[in-house]
Design a protein around this ligand. Structure first.
Ligand code: FAD
Length: 460
């Protein structure tokens, strides 16, 4: 070990890198980490955290409207984008300092510079220094993909810039149908912008359960968002302060901002992976085994750069498992199945497990339970919204294999359903659980009527 300057060099101090560095150091490793931008990475600086703060901000408009039905008279509320952004930036700076302090507390040497791989045991820093490392962890994350070149592409912003706009756009075009596009469409709409969402596929949220996709789309539309599927942006023209966006059907949309959220690409190039011959998977990320080891035996990769399941808790778990495996003497693979996840749209989505289409493909027998209902709060407020819930049950084993929720607090609900599913809960377990009344969640344990049954039940 003494042959190297450090036991572990971590490239990228985001969710995965910070956790790996801290845990490896706690196992006694000498650790150095390089970060070229800000400590905390995408999640803290320009992802989950600032986004959720904007989501909270955007939901007040509904609260003010809904209050009237409950007897409140709220004077015309006014919103100040600059105040929101300044407060958000203060919170992000606080978190960045907290992450930095954690690394310092664990004696991780932090270098604020870009790092590139010189060879399998040497990292070169933008400061000019070279550092010898026994093990290297690549945790460089991902970056917004802006699509093929089209005229005027330079006018489009990504989610990175959306967090720092000088003012709230009165009208915005958002291209994309994934969770980031959908969330920003809802954020801007909630804050009062006129939003047009443009997506090339036939419906938003590809990969999610079809009922969820349909339900959210209609909820978004009923909140005034124009959802245009089956088209792409082909040109953006700037005329004065206005943007004229041309779509593939030749129609045009005028707006004050155009945002693209059409996917993210793993950060795999420009820092020496090619030179070392590190294999890239067919999904475009660094190829790794179940212990996050790359094709070069002392180099590992975790998080979005591996393009497995691109979520913060997954990157953190992979980073932790890597450190336990390599420095804690405890080989720990990461289980990427049944990862609960949320979309912070309006209303929110929480999902875990198989979609109905996947379950139909994989299971001999499938029972589908679903319900839509008006959330209680919407009765007095008069808001036109419905909650949707669906349970997918393996008809052979009675195990719950999928849960899909669209409605208030769906993200909070799905975390707990996740525990039950991880424990292998059956529909009978759900049924045996006493309801909490009056809640929306009680529907999860009171769905008795099958909406659909696929396949024959063998044991009956
Ligand atoms: C708008 C948005 C919203 C999101 N919302 C959610 C959410 O609600 N829930 C959720 O779970 N996930 C969410 N995500 C995804 C989540 O942010 C990522 O999955 C997570 O941050 C991945 O962590 P990571 O460690 O792999 O990479 P990152 O956190 O991206 O960290 C990588 C770091 O490496 C640095 N870096 C890159 N190359 C180098 C180099 N050569 N030298 C030095 N430093 C380098 C980068 O500057 C960066 O700080 C969101 C993402 C976005 C963009």
């Amino acid at each position: 070990m003494a042959d190297h300057d450090v036991d572990l060099f971590v490239i990228g101090a985001g969710s995965g890198g910070v956790r790996a560095a801290r845990v490896a150091a706690s196992h006694g490793a000498r650790v150095m980490a390089a970060e070229e931008y800000r400590v905390g990475g995408t999640c803290v600086i320009r992802g989950c955290v600032p986004k959720k703060l904007l989501v909270y901000a955007s939901r007040f408009s509904h609260e003010f409207e809904d209050a009237a039905g409950y007897g409140w008279t709220v004077p015309d509320p006014t919103f100040h984008w600059s105040a929101l952004i300044a407060n958000k930036d203060r919170e992000i700076a606080r978190l960045e300092a907290a992450y930095t302090a954690t690394l310092e507390r664990y004696n991780v040497a932090l270098v604020k510079a870009r790092a590139v791989l010189e060879n399998a045991n040497t990292v070169r820093l933008a400061t000019g220094a070279s550092v010898g490392a026994k093990t290297i962890l690549i945790s460089t994350g991902a970056w917004p993909y802006m699509g093929p070149s089209i005229p005027g592409l330079e006018h489009a912003i990504s989610s990175n810039e959306a967090f720092h706009l000088p003012e709230l756009p009165r009208r915005i075009v958002v291209q994309g149908g994934g969770y980031i596009a959908v969330e920003f469409a809802c954020i801007f709409a909630g804050l009062g912008s006129e939003v047009t969402l443009v997506y090339r596929g036939e419906n938003i949220l590809r990969g999610f359960d079809d009922d969820v996709r349909e339900h959210l789309r209609s909820e978004m539309q009923s909140r005034g968002i124009t959802v245009t599927c089956g088209h792409t942006v082909t040109e953006i023209q700037k005329t004065g302060e206005e943007f004229v966006t041309r779509l593939s059907d030749k129609s045009i949309v005028k707006s004050d901002k155009v945002m693209f959220a059409i996917g993210r690409h793993p950060n795999v190039s420009g820092f020496g992976l090619e030179r070392l011959g590190i294999k890239i998977s067919r999904h475009g990320g660094v190829e790794v085994d179940e212990f996050s080891r790359t094709s070069v035996s002392n180099i590992y990769a975790v998080g979005d750069v591996t393009n497995r399941v691109n979520l913060t808790p997954v990157a953190i778990r992979e980073g932790h498992a890597f450190a336990d495996t390599v420095f804690g003497g405890k080989p720990t693979p990461v289980d990427h199945t049944n990862v609960p996840t949320a979309v912070f749209s309006e209303p929110e989505i929480g999902v875990i497990g198989l979609t109905e289409a996947q379950a139909r493909e994989r299971l001999a027998k499938l029972d589908v339970y679903k319900t839509t209902f008006r959330p209680m709060k919407a009765t007095l407020s008069g808001r036109n919204t419905r909650t949707f819930m669906k349970l997918l049950v393996d008809g052979m084993t009675d195990r719950v294999v999928g849960c899909h929720i669209v409605g208030p607090d769906a993200g909070e609900l799905i975390q707990l359903v996740g525990i039950a599913m991880k424990m292998g809960a059956t529909k009978a377990d759900f049924d045996a659980t006493m309801a909490v009344h009056p809640t929306a969640a009680e529907e999860l344990v009171t769905m008795r009527e099958k909406a659909i049954s696929y396949g024959q039940r063998a044991a009956e």
